[in-house]
Design a protein around this ligand. Structure first.
Ligand code: MTE
Ligand code: MO
Length: 342
């Protein structure tokens, strides 16, 4: 249950693995001792091994942040009636660890000015022989600004299943980019050409008609980096039956952390009128906002919609399918749910 909790409990938090690390499939932490992270590429020294134990001795920072799979909400891209509007692949958690920039500084690492991307690899392996090993590239600027080598989740040692003992965490980016079981960071001039980065987990730069075929290249598409503006109604739940009288509606909203949310609007009449929900701005720009609003509803079936707006002028489109893309990523449409009052 995501409703009512600012922080998503570790036991409730979704798990998504493209590939597995056998010993990592546990909610228990994995040993920090002996875990090594290699730094390579256009850096001086040209290769460096960071021991996870040394991170424990360094100053830690903590981010409260949304962790969301870029495929969350995918089912809404096709207007198939009856498919439940889903919010399973998202949570709001606290990751704690050492800034990568501090690790580089400690080891006197210098990065060549040609470097544009940091490509992160995990120790996990593909589940099929024909599949490439997953990795993701992040813009070097974002990585140096805020990526951490995370050792803790929600105040406890990072569980194996969530990428322990060390995970590369960059708040404001989609879940896919939060590389678990971190084993290596490559500082390079270009993005990874790995299938998972160059073909999967990308969206076209220009609009594509729904159903159209699209051949992804590094030039005609971009990775699913920045989290898209989104709001969810968590209570009442989709399909709930309510008694008559006053109804309290609550949910969450967030963006990529680049600007504060300006408002969350809620409609009980399919977008003809909207009322402003109440919320408090969280301390962390990367955390979700909890919002709430009240109304009275007549007996019958009602649509409840929510729509967030931020101070960069971004808002959720009424029809999220305008951003249709072949893999169904980054759903950002107005959130719609249905309840019955009797
Ligand atoms: N090494 C590695 N990191 C990974 C993955 C993976 O399969 N291997 N899955 C990614 C995906 S697609 C998502 S949505 C998030 C999910 O994080 P969680 O399982 O901790 O919720 O981890 C990401 N990091
Ligand atoms: Mo994902």
């Amino acid at each position: 249950m995501l409703a009512g909790h600012r922080i998503t409990d570790t036991h409730t938090l979704f798990v998504r693995n493209i590939q597995d690390l056998e010993e990592g499939l546990t909610l228990a932490p994995l040993p920090v001792e002996g875990w090594e992270i290699e730094l390579a590429g256009l850096i001086k020294p040209s290769r460096l091994v960071v021991h996870a134990e040394e991170l424990l001795e360094m100053e830690q920072v903590e981010y409260e942040m949304v962790l969301q799979c870029s495929g969350n909400g995918r089912s809404q891209y096709r207007d198939i009636p009856g498919i439940p509007w889903n919010q399973g692949g998202v949570g709001n958690v606290r990751f704690r660890g050492v800034p990568l920039s501090a690790v580089l500084e400690k080891h006197n690492v210098t990065i060549d000015s040609q470097v544009k991307f940091v490509t992160a690899e995990g120790r996990d392996l593909p589940t099929g022989r024909e599949l490439p090993d997953m990795e993701h590239s992040l813009p070097v600027g974002d990585v140096l600004e805020r990526s951490i080598l995370a050792l803790e989740l929600n105040g406890e040692a990072l569980p194996g299943i969530h990428g322990g003992p060390v995970r590369l965490v960059t708040p404001g980016f989609f879940g896919t980019m939060q590389l678990k079981w971190l084993s290596r960071l490559r500082f390079e001039t270009s993005e990874s050409t790995c299938f998972y980065h160059a073909t999967e987990y990308r969206v076209p730069l220009s609009p594509v008609k729904a159903g159209e075929r699209f051949r992804f290249t590094l030039e005609n598409s971009r990775p699913t980096w920045d989290i898209r503006l989104m709001s969810y109604i968590l209570d009442p739940e989709q399909g709930a039956t309510l008694g008559t009288g006053e109804v309290t509606v609550s949910g969450v909203a967030y963006n990529d952390g680049k600007a504060r949310l300006e408002s969350v609007l809620v409609s009980f009449d399919e977008g003809r009128s909207w009322q402003s929900a109440e919320f408090e701005t969280p301390e962390s720009p990367f955390a979700w906002y909890q919002w709430t609003t009240r109304t009275t509803l007549e007996p019958g079936v009602h649509q409840i919609w929510s729509r967030a707006l931020d101070y960069l002028g971004r808002s959720q489109p009424l029809d999220g399918s305008v951003y249709w893309n072949p893999n169904g990523y980054e759903w950002t449409g107005v959130y719609k749910t249905e309840v019955t009052v009797s």
